[in-house]
Design a protein around this ligand. Structure first.
Ligand SMILES: [Zn+2]
Ligand SMILES: [Zn+2]
Length: 67
């Protein structure tokens, strides 16, 4: 009995990105609302809180080393 075989959503991942890790569902990465816009009353700024720790949101250009 392998009860702990499948983990539905990895910790830190949103439901969309968790599902997007399934082959064939990669499109759901774009559906993830990883940022929650929290508008603070009285403040003009809108804070964007990172909600999802999926790597797809941290796709930053790798520093190319010109050797
Ligand atoms: Zn995400
Ligand atoms: Zn993702």
């Amino acid at each position: 009995m392998a009860a702990h075989e499948s983990r539905s959503v990895e910790a830190g991942l949103s439901a969309e990105c968790g599902l997007a890790r399934t082959p064939g569902y990669e499109d759901l990465h774009g559906d993830c609302r990883q940022l929650a816009d929290v508008s603070m009353p009285g403040a003009a700024a809108v804070l964007l809180l990172p909600r999802c720790r999926c790597a797809c949101h941290h796709a930053r250009p790798a520093p190319e080393r010109v050797s």
